[in-house]
Design a binder for this molecule. Structure first.
Ligand code: TRP
Length: 454
């Protein structure tokens, strides 16, 4: 079996670092609030948290055990575990999914860099209202050259890191910067919760209106739980394979889930009060944070400094996520096709750029692409398919695989290899065998028969 030309993460740097860097990103701060807003708030947020616990964490253990046991990237891992079967195609589905996610993710990540630049240029001051901040967003997203340019820029930076290996500066920086992001979010929460619109924001976010629960909303809450934890496409299989034997895997997995979910909730606590402050629509879609965050900064001293710190940290959080997405795809070509890492990196990044172009044009620049898919736009459409449906199907099959094909005892043994006991192993076995695959199957079946309504 070909050994993976990993060379990117120093195992010394540890797993929590790499995996937390992958998990924490635009999913928490950009995707969580806009999707919560789209599906009505309260009930959706509760479903998201429920799915993190009941499906996300079990699938995280499933992926990590596969990766840690096989020490291989997804396709190779399945080949090792069940040679001659069709399971490696599940790894291939993950590669396709990651490719799709990386393409639109780069566009939004590029926007965060632009917004950091806007802060440097002093654009977040002087009574920024919804009209103004909406205008900034409309202007930039209508500009094809900027939009394509910044997506290309972000993919380029990602490729440079993945090609060179991320063991050095960037990962060290991320360890330090993710806690900084956390603390900085706490400061913003402090401001948001003292705004006159705090009550409205909190009510929107936490008051469940059960009649608003729809099939599309339920699946999207599940998709968000998986997306935010980087699950369902093999990223955690890959990271599990980087694990040191003496790493405390169960504790690390739970730490990551708690940290990741807290960041999403904190982002919501900032964005929903701001939403009512500036008078934006919760259903604004992918532009939501870009439009409403200006209101928070403007309500603070040194608004441009605040905005710069926020968008700067967000860009770095996004970078550690795009690295993980590109890494999984590159690992596939290196491991399975025998490509050199350098070649794989540039070919994949280049192809991904081609798919990023229509996404970049679909936030305003091209009318056709912006209006596609019932107004979701091309970006929203790729997000829905790769970020929700494919991740969901991937998670269903991964849990089915561990529960029924590979077997819970083997998986638990893999997790406990480092000498740390897996807590509630029996409950995990039950979740991974019955609850995860069945719940997802029922959801998807219901969608197929009742009409998905997306
Ligand atoms: N979890 C990241 C975020 O929340 C995005 C991400 C990185 C991802 N790698 C992934 C999502 C793998 C799904 C699968 O921003």
């Amino acid at each position: 079996m070909a050994t993976l030309d990993r060379g990117n993460f120093n195992s010394r740097l540890g797993f929590v670092l790499a995996a937390a860097g992958s998990a924490i990103g635009l999913g928490n701060i950009w995707r969580f609030p806009y999707t919560a807003g789209t599906y009505g708030g309260g009930a959706w947020v509760l479903m998201y948290i429920f799915f993190v616990v009941v499906i996300g964490v079990p699938v995280m253990f499933a992926e990590l055990s596969i990766g840690n046991h096989t020490q291989a990237s997804p396709v190779t891992a399945f080949k090792k575990l069940v040679p001659g079967s069709w399971w490696p195609y599940l790894g291939a589905l993950g590669v396709v999914t990651g490719f799709g996610i990386l393409s639109f993710y780069s566009v939004i990540a590029g926007l965060t860099v632009v917004y950091a630049g806007f802060a440097l240029a002093g654009r977040f001051s002087g009574g920024l209202d919804i009209a103004q901040s909406g205008m900034i967003f409309t202007d930039i997203t209508a500009d094809p050259v900027w939009m394509i340019g910044v997506a290309a820029f972000f993919l380029l930076i990602t490729a440079l890191v993945v090609r060179k290996g991320v063991g050095g500066g960037i990962e060290k920086a991320a360890t330090f910067l993710m806690p900084v992001l956390f603390v900085f979010l706490l400061i913003l929460v402090g401001r948001a919760l003292t705004l006159p619109t705090a009550g409205e924001g909190l009510a929107f976010m936490f008051q469940p209106h059960l009649d608003e629960i729809t099939f599309a909303g339920t699946v999207s809450a599940l998709g968000q739980a998986l997306f935010s934890l980087s699950l369902g496409m093999g990223a955690m299989i890959t990271y599990g394979s980087y694990l040191d034997r003496d790493e405390n895997l169960p504790a690390s997995a739970i730490t990551i889930a708690v940290f990741d979910t807290s960041i999403a909730i904190l982002a919501g606590l900032v964005i929903f009060p701001a939403l009512f402050l500036v008078g934006a629509e919760a259903t604004a879609g992918p532009g939501l944070i870009f439009v409403v965050m200006g209101g928070i900064f403007d309500a603070m001293p040194a608004s441009n400094v605040m905005a710069f710190i926020f968008y700067g940290l967000l860009s770095i959080a996004a970078l550690t996520s795009t690295i993980s997405l590109l890494e999984v795809i590159v690992a596939y070509f290196v491991d399975e096709k025998g490509w050199m890492r350098e070649k794989a990196t540039w070919v994949v990044a280049g192809a991904c750029f081609a798919l990023a172009v229509p996404s970049a044009l679909s936030l305003g620049a091209s009318e056709t692409l912006t209006g596609l898919g019932e107004g979701r736009g091309f970006l929203g459409f790729v997000d829905l398919f790769c970020g929700t449906y494919f991740l969901t199907i991937g998670a269903m099959l991964i849990s089915f695989f561990v529960g029924w094909r590979w077997g819970v005892p083997a998986a638990v043994a893999a997790i406990e290899r480092g000498g740390h006991k897996m807590p509630v192993a029996a409950a995990w076995g039950f979740l991974v065998r019955y609850v995860c695959p069945l719940a997802i199957l029922i959801l998807l079946f219901y969608g197929a028969t009742q009409g998905a309504n997306w």
